[in-house]
Design a protein around this ligand. Structure first.
Ligand code: GLC
Length: 428
């Protein structure tokens, strides 16, 4: 292009800017967002993304990702390490800012303090790596106990206060129901596959027994604490008794499938399972209660693992401006409210916990507010970019204990050594 032409183009661009239209915004962008796909998650993400596209005149493409967080991370790592611009917005786990943060834009300026102040400060802090906000809080999660109200009533059993109570009630109800003709009835289902979900479950068993959080805030490894070992022994004792051995291959959706079909007394899962268990076509509709997960013992405490998802904008995106706009839209109070009502995805915006429509549709937001907001964090901040290796070592060791391949003491001693090496003696 000759100089006059270039000047002409520059003048046109200046006019567009003056008229309030930047060249980027004038041209409709196509933004690609990766969303989770547990239950109705993908459909609900698609609805939100479509609403944004209609509002802004942009286009959006929603891509589905593996339902296992561990597999999803591997996929993201591959794409981001290659500097791929194929995905503009990534749905990232609460434990990933340290692992993936370097590949994402700092959103703090674009989002602004006023909006950020509406969200739980602990999540904003979690998503801030070296002063950069690498993920916009989107929804939060905490491990919960789902139980069959009707069956506990029938067998006159209270909601279990401790894991020992849970095991006993599970056995009594399961045996009773099997005798009564439901041969498929199970006592307890949870996430026992060797993946991130097992890390979440096992952390709850251990922390509820006062056995620590795998790696403590000061970098010390705590997996050989007697309470940690005892908690794993207790869980191993459930296998093939109150929990089907198939649990060793269950993620969230497999556990939900069994429970929602009416074939389990108890289930450990995240809040999203509430909306589905209460769905019009759910065989257990109106038969389900939700409570904090049991305590480790009389000395123990209730413990639910903190989960949740953020929206991050890739550094390699070619549509950053539109991508950031989509993120702001999806994380807005209106959209977070819609997501609670439709899917029980818990908001990261504090004020929504007082919203009457939200509370009516998802009563645990009020009833279990303490449980939801005091959830135990996995050691992602202290272990930083090594978190995924820590978790992989941990769930592999726990899985070996649950299958009976290794005794708990031995597995935890070995794990301690591996984590010590990985964490350079606790310095991380
Ligand atoms: C849920 C949680 C997430 C966790 C995952 C494990 O999606 O929100 O934080 O890592 O489950 O399966």
């Amino acid at each position: 292009m000759e100089l006059r032409g270039i000047l002409g183009a520059a003048a046109t661009a200046a006019l567009l800017v003056a008229g309030g239209l930047t060249a980027g915004a004038a041209k409709a962008a196509t933004v690609v967002i990766s969303c989770g796909a547990l239950g109705q998650e993908l459909a609900i993400c698609q609805q939100g993304a479509d609403a944004w596209a209609r509002k802004t005149g942009n286009q959006v493409k929603v891509v589905s990702t593996p339902s296992s967080a561990t597999e999803r991370l591997a996929l993201y790592q591959q794409m981001l390490a290659a500097g791929s611009g194929d995905i503009d917005v990534y749905q990232i786990d609460v434990i990933w800012p340290g692992v993936l943060g370097q590949h994402f834009e700092d959103l703090s300026k674009a989002v602004g303090k006023d909006i950020l102040d509406q969200h739980f400060p602990s999540i904003v802090k979690n998503n801030t790596v070296d002063g950069r906000l690498v993920g916009m809080p989107w929804f939060t999660d905490a491990g919960l106990l789902y139980y069959r109200k009707d069956l506990l009533d029938k067998y006159k059993r209270p909601v279990p206060a401790t894991w020992a109570d849970l095991a006993e009630t599970a056995r009594i109800v399961m045996e009773g129901e099997r005798k009564a003709g439901n041969a498929r009835m199970q006592g307890f289902v949870f996430q026992g596959k060797a993946y991130e979900g097992l890390t979440c479950n096992a952390l709850e068993w251990i922390d509820s027994n006062g056995g620590g959080t795998i790696v403590e805030a000061d970098g010390k490894i705590s997996v050989t604490r007697p309470q940690a070992v005892a908690a794993l022994k207790q869980a191993a004792g459930w296998m093939g008794k109150i929990a089907p051995t198939g649990t060793l291959n269950y993620g969230e959706e497999e556990a939900r499938g069994v429970f929602q079909s009416g074939d389990a007394v108890f289930m450990r899962n995240w809040p999203y399972a509430w909306a589905l268990a209460q769905g019009a076509d759910s065989p257990v509709k109106d038969k389900v209660g939700v409570a904090p997960l049991p305590k480790g013992g009389d000395q123990g405490k209730n413990s639910g693992t903190l989960g949740g998802w953020q929206l991050a904008v890739s550094k390699y995106s070619r549509n950053k401006e539109a991508a950031i706009d989509l993120v702001k839209y999806l994380a807005s109070p209106e959209e977070q409210k819609r997501r609670v009502l439709q899917g029980a995805f818990l908001p990261t915006i504090k004020a929504l916990y007082q919203d009457q429509d939200a509370i009516k549709s998802v009563p645990i937001m009020k009833d279990l507010y303490g449980t939801l907001t005091s959830a135990v964090a996995r050691p992602a901040t202290v272990t930083g970019d090594r978190y995924n290796q820590v978790s992989t070592e941990f769930f592999t060791a726990v899985h070996a204990v649950l299958t009976g391949q290794r005794p708990a003491e031995e597995a935890m001693k070995d794990l301690d050594q591996r984590l010590t090496r990985l964490g350079r003696g606790g310095r991380w």
